[in-house]
Design a protein around this ligand. Structure first.
Ligand code: KG4
Ligand code: ZN
Length: 345
């Protein structure tokens, strides 16, 4: 079965073709970084227009690269939500139009389920059950995963997502957009011990997160450095270092708690922030200490991509999936999904 995947929930247009026999055939990405860079963040209207311009040419390129005609596909999976409404509509419009034309089902995929299943694209797949830490620009959540669609949310952010905190802190420090990768790079030059950030919500029970305070803490540091006239490149790197340590350590503490609470020894990390080297390092250490295993996708499958949507589509495929109309779900909780009794291919 060959599934075309279309991802347009935010600022990346991703198109991929996944074959349940031969694996991933093609995975193409158009990043809108240049479009949004001058604004210091994603401008929803511009994102939607860019998706409209780029999705169809990427679909054509993907088919050509895979040596396929659209009529040889079995279904089209597209991101139905959560995400930016206009951006989602752009992708779902293309997906549904093509599916109708080719007489195949269009399958609406939950973006965070896409992220959660991305590690399944690797040879060393995590077996169910596992604990998943999903960390992106819009979400931070811990879930108990019993199977595909069997997700119990153990905790989530009550304010900013961790990726959002990276982005806002980077912007505030004058590092630019997208913030996560730039902040990680800057933090490498930072000296430990100059600043000590709090670990929000770790000194009380529970698995929820709060990251907006870290961003405010970074702002206070910056203002103090400015007032003392010592805000130089090294100082910015030191703040970035302390911010990253606090964010990663907070995630680590909550992961340890979730593993203890569920008795699980398998941890999956996915979503844009799972590309963070420091987070990978620390969680790899944690799992080594408890004789457990950590799974994360390769970098190109951490951030938004079409491959994870095509794969989730393959897992959710059924003949009845064709639904016309243009409903997208900009707000959608992952624990509202139906379970799928299928062994990941
Ligand atoms: O999953 P994703 O591509 O899009 C959403 O679903 O939001 O995640 C994007 C987020 C951004 O906030 C970005 O700054 C963050 O992931 N990110 C990182 C890194 N790479 C991307 N954060 C920290 N370290 C990174 N290396
Ligand atoms: Zn994402």
């Amino acid at each position: 079965m060959k599934i075309l995947g279309i991802e347009t929930s935010c600022d990346d247009t991703g198109v991929a073709i996944y074959d349940t026999d031969d694996g991933l055939l093609v995975n193409l990405l158009y990043s809108q970084i240049k479009t949004h860079q001058e604004y210091g963040g994603v401008v929803p209207e511009l994102a939607a227009r860019d998706h409209l311009r780029k999705t169809m040419p990427l679909v054509d390129a993907a088919l050509q690269e895979a040596g396929l005609d659209g009529r040889e596909l079995d279904a089209i999976a597209y991101t139905k939500g959560p995400g930016l409404a206009g951006a989602l509509l752009a992708g779902s419009g293309v997906a549904k139009g093509l599916a109708y034309g080719w007489g195949i089902p269009a399958i609406g995929i939950h973006h965070m389920e896409g992220h959660l299943l991305a590690p399944m694209l690797e040879d060393n797949k995590p077996a169910f059950p596992f604990v998943a830490l999903l960390v992106s620009g819009g979400h931070t959540l811990l879930a108990d995963v019993q199977g595909i669609g069997e997700y119990t949310i153990l905790g989530q952010s009550i304010d900013d997502a961790v990726g959002e905190a990276f982005d806002k802190t980077a912007k505030m420090l004058g590092l630019g957009y997208p913030g996560g990768p730039i902040l990680q790079k800057t933090a490498k030059k930072g000296k430990p011990d100059r600043f000590k950030f709090p670990r929000p919500m770790t000194n009380r029970p529970g698995l929820d997160f709060s990251f907006s305070g870290l961003k405010t803490f970074a702002l206070t540091c910056k203002q103090k450095l400015e007032a003392d006239d010592v805000l130089d490149e090294q100082a910015v790197a030191d703040v970035a270092y302390a911010f990253q340590e606090a964010a990663v350590d907070t995630l680590k503490i909550k992961c340890e708690r979730a593993l203890q609470q569920t008795g699980n020894k398998r941890l999956v990390i996915a979503g844009g922030v799972s590309a963070n080297q420091r987070l990978r390092e620390i969680l790899t250490d944690v799992m080594k200490q408890v004789n457990g295993e950590v799974f994360y996708p390769r970098l190109e499958f951490c951030t938004d991509n079409g491959a994870m949507i095509a794969y989730a589509g393959a897992m959710r495929f059924s003949e009845q999936d064709q639904e016309l109309g243009f409903s997208v779900k900009p707000r959608w909780s992952i624990d509202e999904l139906d379970a799928v009794r299928k062994t990941p291919s």
